[in-house]
Design a protein around this ligand. Structure first.
Ligand code: RUQ
Ligand code: CUA
Length: 864
């Protein structure tokens, strides 16, 4: 153990020495010069850099565009934490490769067809009183109209619902203030009956719609039966938002084809884009979901399409639940202000943003004051009378996000590639910043909730053009971080997104997320309930019924139980695997060669993988996560036999076996190693106990895990002794090796606990001592001197009290070691270690700092 430890230190030291060759200087000015960094760059770095181990203040969930996934990253560091498989199989998480996640993915099949991708656009959190609650996340698929639910207690997708009437959508997934409903509005109009209709019937039978998905918060599931839709005219609906505060109960959906133009480029007609942008205005749909909820109770208000209630335009109009307001040319984003009073709309082809005042809208509705009705009979409100005002922002205003400061909003300008900061109450532009390039969505921290936090904004740029090292014609997207804390916006970070075109992000204060770190034993993560095949230690077994074989197995560092499984060709095989670990991050994976199955089995999880063993042969299965030093050994074999074949046994190859004496000597050796390893463990345990480790939660959980491993030794040791007493020395050796495995795992975690505890207990290091430690490590001193241990050089603990006038002595010795080779003490040391202290060419300041570091070591001598 100690030898191993020392070797790794020597390796680390030499790596450090190598690393210093390229960035020799630790002086900031020099590095700035060498790397051509301005003061502003260094400031930006200081604002985003997280020292090792430091956590982010905000967590951001980004749609993954065509990847059909969700990305999770941190702000301000912009470090990517996870891709969550949602509409697309994701092998790392086993998503789509194990039975239970496959069930979720297959909920997304549309009219019997397997769909294995999605175009994710707009993620949203569950809300209470319009504020984000980190329990659930919803995301829509524009291409194949669907909504997915992600459980934020383990960051896994748990449900996909298919829109029963739409063929395309975009205005999802927007959440009402208490997560009563998840809103999904259509995009490209299509016949709701799912039958063939020629384009000439566009106005008559093509329709848009909005679906109000009822969310059952306690169950964490969308209740499809309790959900319903409202029919919309074929205006190509777009983004949506739910009202809050004084606009609670209402929702708003944009559209961009009030012309109902139907294109026909192949017939020599002007294309869609020309006809759809002809009118000066399009329509914002204003509807009241509380009224619609009531309408959906009475069959005379709705029609059933594919088992789903669709409220007719007529019924909604009659009940006063649906209105239209003109909005400037081809609008895109619609965003309700934090207090719910204002609704800000950007028009892609208009240079203005329009601020609607909900109070004015409500007054007109109450007075029934309309300027007319559209061809479908929906009352139209006067645009001027509903507007609070308009502000000229620039070219291509798309989306908006709000600031913590009241009245401040940020708008993305797609064509101008800018973010504009402006005051939507006083209608004034305040600042702008360039982004790179062609920004779509943007988000300030919690900027679309009732309580925005400001601080940072994210620009989601569609093009990155020249920002990154080229990686072929398909460029990454660019997410840029902007510091919005001061009066001037400052661009401080570029994050290339390697996974599709993310449309929208939402952000949440990190402390609102409380994901679990391990599962309760036997959890089916996709249902949140106990898995019916949970298998505990000792319950491992293989069950056969006809041609179905079920393997109830367990995983723990570092073996799979069982290790050999034989089935017949054609059998339907299911491996149920429970990860018995209780320590965090001790995930095991499971893969079988050639059968397209993979599972990620986090501590406590039970997973199933099923396949038909239709090919004869021997198939290794193994753990795919590097879970311990013996990870490679975590394997087994699946044997697939053809029951119709007769197998003749192959003659055994005679290999030389070990003699009895050799076995005895190996046995003694392993016993001695185990004893030595156990001594190390006992010394660590004593240290931990003496220092009251239980007072420090992080250390405590590590120690518990270590003792957990240690606790398994008794049983194995008994088997070793039993074998030995029966005269089976070979068996005894193997069991003793298993004892050693448990010891190594114990020591591994135990030493980590010890180091953690030492850090908790040590006195804080002064800056000089810190610099000294750096110089010590850089100089590779730790290659020979291990603090607290005699290794290939003396232990340096206490060196400052071993010599007369010690500080000077140590200084001189480091400065010029040869000058002391003839001193008696040094002579003895050279003889003992058979090594001379080399000259490391430290400068005086470095040596002084090292002496400060040695003082710190002495202060904390008991901890090493
Ligand atoms: S949308 S920017 Cu879904 Cu604006 Cu893409
Ligand atoms: Cu378990 Cu590798």
């Amino acid at each position: 153990m100690q030898r191993l430890l020392k070797q790794s230190l020597v390796v680390t030291a030499s790596l450090l020495a190598l690393g210093t060759a390229s960035l020799a200087s630790s002086d900031l000015q020099t590095i700035m010069k060498e790397r051509k960094l301005t003061e502003k760059d260094v400031l930006a770095a200081a604002k985003t850099y997280q020292p090792s181990g430091r956590k982010d203040e905000f967590v951001v969930f980004s749609s993954g565009g065509q990847s059909g996934q969700i990305l999770v990253y941190g702000v301000p560091s912009m470090r990517i934490y996870k891709y969550i498989g949602v509409f697309t199989p994701e092998p790392w998480q086993g998503y789509g490769f194990d039975d239970d996640s496959k069930k979720v993915l297959r909920q997304g099949d549309i009219r019997g067809r397997e769909i294995n991708w999605g175009d994710t656009h707009h993620p949203n959190f569950s809300e209470k009183n319009g504020e984000y609650v980190g329990d659930y996340l919803f995301i829509n698929d524009k291409a194949n109209p669907r909504i997915a639910v992600v459980n934020l207690h383990d960051f896994e997708t748990t449900q996909i619902v298919v829109n029963p009437i739409m063929k395309s959508e975009h205005g999802g997934s927007f959440v009402t203030p208490n997560t009563e409903y998840v809103i999904e509005a259509s995009q490209y109009a299509a016949p709701l009956d799912h039958q063939y209709h020629p384009i000439e019937e566009y106005e008559a039978v093509f329709r848009g719609a909005v679906t109000l998905w009822k969310f059952d918060y306690a169950k964490g599931k969308i209740d499809e039966k309790a959900s319903f839709s409202l029919e919309f005219p074929p205006y190509m609906q777009d983004l949506s938002d739910a009202g809050k505060g004084e606009s609670f109960g209402w929702a708003f959906t944009n559209s961009f084809n009030s012309e109902m133009y139907t294109g026909g480029i192949e017939k020599g007609l002007p294309p869609f884009e020309a006809g759809m942008s002809r009118n000066d205005t399009d329509y914002m749909h204003v509807y009241n979901w509380q009224m619609l909820e009531k309408l959906a109770q009475d069959p005379k208000n709705y029609k059933i399409y594919h088992g789903h209630r669709v409220i007719s335009i007529e019924a909604a109009v009659k009940a006063g639940a649906l209105f239209l307001i003109p909005e400037p040319k081809s609008p895109h984003g619609v965003d309700v202000s934090p207090d719910g009073r204002y609704i800000v709309v950007g028009g892609k082809l208009d240079t203005h943003a329009s601020v609607y005042d909900f109070r004015k809208i409500k007054q007109l509705i109450d007075k029934k004051e309309f300027i007319g009705a559209d061809p479908y009979g929906i009352p139209i409100l006067d645009m001027k009378k509903t507007l609070h005002g308009q502000v000229e922002l620039g070219l291509g205003p798309l989306h908006h996000t709000y600031d913590a400061q009241d009245g401040i909003i940020y708008t993305s300008l797609y064509v101008d590639s800018q973010i504009v900061k402006w005051d939507y109450k006083n209608l004034k532009v305040l600042d702008r910043v360039n982004v790179h390039y062609n920004i779509g969505h943007l988000d300030s921290m919690e900027g679309k909730s009732a309580k925005p936090k400001g601080k940072y904004a994210l620009a989601l740029d569609k093009l990155s053009i020249d920002r990154f090292n080229p990686v072929g014609p398909l460029h990454p997207q660019n997410h840029q971080l902007i510091d919005i804390g001061g009066p001037k916006m400052e661009l401080i970070y570029d994050l290339p997104i390697p996974l599709g075109e993310p449309h929208d992000v939402i952000s949440i204060a990190a402390d609102k997320l409380k994901p679990q770190v391990t599962y309760p034993m036997g959890t089916n993560s996709r249902t949140g309930k106990q898995h019916e095949a949970m298998t505990l230690a000792g319950q491992e077994r293989v069950e056969r019924k006809g041609n179905e074989v079920k393997i109830y197995g367990t995983l723990i560092r570092s073996h799979i139980n069982p290790e050999h499984v034989t089935v017949n060709k054609g059998d339907k095989v299911t491996f149920y695997l429970t990860n018995l670990e209780r320590a965090q991050d001790e995930t095991h994976g499971f893969a079988v060669s050639g059968y397209n199955v993979h599972a990620s089995v986090e501590p406590g999880k039970t997973v199933a993988v099923t396949f038909t063993a239709d090919e004869e042969g021997v198939f290794p299965y193994y753990c795919t996560e590097f879970c311990s030093a013996l990870h490679l050994e975590m394997m087994g074999y699946l044997y697939v036999k053809d029951p119709k074949k007769k197998y003749e046994s192959v003659k055994e190859l005679k290999l030389q076996k070990m003699s009895k004496e050799q076995l005895e000597s190996e046995y003694k050796k392993v016993i001695a190693t185990n004893k030595a390893t156990d001594d190390v463990i006992q010394s660590v345990v004593k240290f931990l106990k003496d220092k009251n480790y239980a007072k420090y939660p992080k250390v405590k959980s590590l120690v518990e895990d270590a003792l957990d491993q240690y606790g398994k030794i008794g049983e194995v040791k008994a088997k070793a002794d039993e074998s030995y007493n029966k005269g089976d020395v070979n068996g005894a050796i193997l069991w003793e090796y298993q004892v050693w495995q448990y010891m190594v795992k114990t020591a591994d975690v135990g030493l980590r606990a010890k180091n953690n505890l030492a850090k908790e207990l040590a006195t804080p290091m002064k800056p000089a001592a810190q610099k000294g430690e750096e110089a010590y490590l850089k100089g590779g001193c730790n290659g020979c001197h291990v603090i607290g241990q005699v290794s290939s050089g003396p232990d340096l603990t206490g060196v400052l009290s071993r010599h007369e006038n010690a500080e000077k002595w140590v200084f001189d010795f480091i400065k010029n070691p040869a000058s002391k080779y003839e001193e008696d003490y040094v002579k003895t040391m050279i003889n003992y270690f058979n090594l001379r202290m080399p000259n490391q060419h430290m400068n005086d300041q470095e040596i002084k700092d090292i002496i400060e570091y040695l003082k710190w070591i002495d202060e904390n001598a008991g901890l090493f």
